[in-house]
Design a binder for this molecule. Structure first.
Ligand SMILES: *[C@@H]1O[C@H](CO)[C@@H](O)[C@H](O)[C@H]1NC(C)=O
Ligand SMILES: *[C@@H]1O[C@H](CO)[C@@H](O)[C@H](O)[C@H]1NC(C)=O
Ligand SMILES: *[C@@H]1O[C@H](CO)[C@@H](O)[C@H](O)[C@H]1NC(C)=O
Ligand SMILES: *[C@@H]1O[C@H](CO)[C@@H](O)[C@H](O)[C@H]1NC(C)=O
Ligand SMILES: *[C@@H]1O[C@H](CO)[C@@H](O)[C@H](O)[C@H]1NC(C)=O
Length: 477
């Protein structure tokens, strides 16, 4: 009896933490697709040498600090946002030493993927089977900023009881034409390859015209409602219905000229829709903000995934819809055949356990832990004497390494101007150059810790040193 009682308690605890468990299981499954390394210093050094440095994509977390080449920050705004985000995570969580290549491509493609080390990607447009490990998208900006946005919107949500809200599915955004020139022409490729998101958006807004009582899904300005004209640029796999054709003909029928709607005002609606992004049909930053509205989250049926999707369940945390099921789903939620209060509770758990600022930081810590363990990274990076030797022997010619600093703000999360801060975070990442050239600054940081206990390590150090140089010489040839 007592054993059974204990098992039941364990079972309840497991259920409470099943979100985390499912994310970690998915992460480990992804990592198992990468070849395991021998546990030798040489193999680990070779692995790290593969990751460091690719100037526009490598990132190093070392001794709780964040390092990249200046060109990483210059290369793209998403890189700067990722750097800001990671620096803020390091202030909150103890993330242990790890090195990785990052890609901000919304499809999850990673030019720096060499097949040895998993690229850290922000979404996978075609689903979990794609390469790379998932890290939160860069539109959380940084943990303090995200905390401020979240508490601001949650306060507004609390003033609008669910039953009092407009009983329609809500979305505002833009539609564009992502049709490319075909293969063999300048800038050419798969002409319809990036059109999925715009097709989904057009399909969804056309339901507003057909089902206005249930659906309020519109472009927020006529100028930004510019879907592809299928008569000029055909995409056979993405057919238009008559209603979609009518919107192409006259976008004003699916446009609310009221313009941009502040996230706090999404709380006027019972149901909020997430649609795929317009750039490549992958994730949309809109979704980040939907879990704390106390609205039921509707997902447009799409293959893309983000880091926390393994924890989500259709019909439990959210409801998946398409053009046929959108209005009937709203009716089912209104009529009670779908249990809206229960879905709201689960969505609140997604907010509190998966996308809260602390949750993002904890996930990054788990990601680093999983990568470290798969590739035995600690063997070289956690031994300061060995790390110093490694950094000294790494080919760092021409690098301009910087340390990225987290943006520190007033103590109260709401004490800063959200829109002003967001603009600043979009354009910059606070950083300082490391002393010396190449990797000398890193070697010095490592050596400072090595010096403290060098005596005991002298023999060990010498032994590994040789293995290391051997490894790096072999890699270089
Ligand atoms: C993102 O990946 C796609 C392939 O899916 C590629 O065509 C595109 O050039 C990449 N974009 C960037 C900015 O690397
Ligand atoms: C939210 O909506 C109300 C009513 O339409 C409007 O007065 C207010 O300005 C909106 N808030 C923001 C931040 O746009
Ligand atoms: C929507 O999904 C349902 C099943 O859930 C399916 O029967 C229907 O064909 C789908 N409609 C479209 C337009 O894809
Ligand atoms: C050696 O230095 C490292 C890094 O500073 C430290 O974590 C570790 O505790 C030290 N070990 C001993 C035996 O002093
Ligand atoms: C390493 O650190 C020790 C003391 O901690 C110092 O004496 C030595 O000069 C340093 N070596 C290098 C190459 O910086």
């Amino acid at each position: 009896m007592r054993l059974l009682a204990r098992l039941l308690v364990v079972g309840a605890a497991a259920a409470a933490s099943d979100f985390d468990g499912r994310m970690i299981a998915a992460l480990e499954e992804t990592l198992r697709r990468y070849p395991a390394l021998p546990k030798s210093t040489e193999a680990v050094a070779r692995y790290l040498d593969d990751v460091l440095w690719r100037p526009t994509s490598s990132v190093l977390v070392y001794e709780g600090r964040l390092f990249a080449d200046r060109r990483f920050l210059d290369a793209s705004e998403k890189n700067r946002k990722h750097a800001n985000f990671m620096a803020s995570v390091l202030r909150r969580e103890h993330v242990r030493n790890v090195a990785y290549v990052f890609s901000g491509n919304s499809t999850g493609e990673c030019a720096a993927d060499t097949g040895i080390a998993p690229c850290w990607v922000i979404a996978k447009a075609r689903g979990h089977a794609q390469r790379g490990v998932l890290v939160p998208n860069p539109y959380f900006h940084d943990a303090a900023y995200w905390e401020a946005v979240r508490s601001h919107v949650r306060a507004r949500a609390a003033t609008r009881p669910f039953a009092s809200r407009i009983p329609r599915a809500f979305w505002r955004g833009h539609i564009r034409d992502s049709w490319h020139a075909p293969e063999g022409t300048p800038g050419g490729g798969d002409p319809c390859g990036d059109e999925f998101g715009n097709w989904a958006r057009l399909s969804a807004v056309s339901r507003s015209v057909e089902d206005p009582d249930e659906v309020d899904v519109k472009c927020w300005s006529g100028a930004k409602c510019a879907p592809r004209d299928a008569r000029v640029h055909r995409c056979d796999a993405l057919p238009y219905t008559a209603a979609m054709g009518a919107v192409v003909e006259d976008p004003s029928i699916a446009t609310d000229e009221g313009g941009h709607v502040a996230k706090e005002n999404f709380t006027r609606y019972k149901y909020v829709l997430n649609l795929p992004g317009s750039t490549t049909g992958s994730y949309s930053r809109n979704l980040n903000h939907l879990w704390f509205l106390n609205s039921v989250v509707l997902f447009w049926d799409a293959p893309f995934v983000e880091w926390y999707f393994p924890a989500l369940t259709d019909g439990v945390t959210h409801v998946v819809v398409n053009a046929t099921t959108l209005a009937p789903t709203v009716r089912a939620l209104e009529g009670g055949s779908l249990d809206a209060p229960k879905i709201l509770e689960a969505a609140a758990r997604v907010d509190e356990e998966l996308v809260c600022p602390r949750c993002l930081a904890k996930y990054v810590r788990s990601l680093a832990t999983a990568v470290r363990s798969r590739f035995n990274v600690a063997k070289v990076l956690d031994d300061p004497c060995l790390a110093a030797a490694f950094f000294r022997s790494l080919d760092c010619d021409g690098l301009g390494l910087v340390e990225i600093h987290s943006t520190v703000r007033a103590a109260s999360a709401n004490a800063f101007d959200l829109s002003k801060d967001r603009r600043r975070l979009s354009t910059s990442a606070a950083s300082t150059p490391l002393i010396g050239t190449g990797c000398a600054g890193l070697a010095e940081i490592a050596n400072a810790s090595c010096g403290l206990n060098a005596t005991g390590l002298a023999h060990h150090h010498h032994h590994h040193h040789n293995a290391l140089f051997k490894a790096l010489r072999t890699t270089a040839t």
